[in-house]
Every structure is written in C-alpha cells, then in structure tokens.
Write a protein of this length. Structure first.
Length: 94
C-alpha cells in the first residue's frame, strides 16, 4: 500500500493467479505497476496473494519494518483476504 494505491506488478512474465485477478477486479485502488525500491521500503502494508496461502502480510522488506513493524495483516490486507474468501464462498470464478 503506497500513497493509497495497492500496487501489483504487471502480469508480464508472472503467472497471473486467480487471487490476483479477483483483487484487481474488486479493489478500486489496485494499480498495476512495479513498485520502486523506495516504495517497497516506505509502504504502509506489503502482502502476497497465493492460492495456497491466501493473503500473507510481510513485516519487513530489506530488513526494514513495514509500516509500524507490527505482526499480522493491516486493514488493506484484511480486506483483501475477505474479498478472496467471499469469492471462494460464492463459487469462485466462472
């Protein structure tokens, strides 16, 4: 989460997963562009999305704390997890 945007790298060269697609469709603040190293270090939240682990919050980048450095997901990661959970409960994607 950088300046109100949820950044995700463009899908070029990445395997664009279903979870990523769901969040790109349902979170208006998602912007598809690579984050700079300074943005990674200064992000309020950093999380990954995968089919196996769901939404996983990161607490450090390059040994520097993310946000306040506290454990657990922040509000945006929690919302992302709920969106993925709701999509799964609704039967997922067609």
């Amino acid at each position: 989460m950088v300046d109100g945007d949820v950044l995700t790298a463009p899908a070029r060269g990445l395997l664009p997963g279903i979870g990523r697609d769901v969040l790109c469709e349902r979170m208006a603040e998602v912007v598809q562009r690579a984050a700079t190293r300074d943005e990674w270090r200064g992000a309020a939240e950093v999380f990954t999305v995968s089919a196996f682990a769901g939404v996983t919050a990161l607490t450090a980048v390059d040994d520097a704390p993310v946000g306040d450095g506290g454990p657990g997901p922040g509000p945006v990661a929690r919302r992302a997890a709920l969106l993925l959970h709701d999509d799964d409960r609704a039967g997922g994607r067609d």
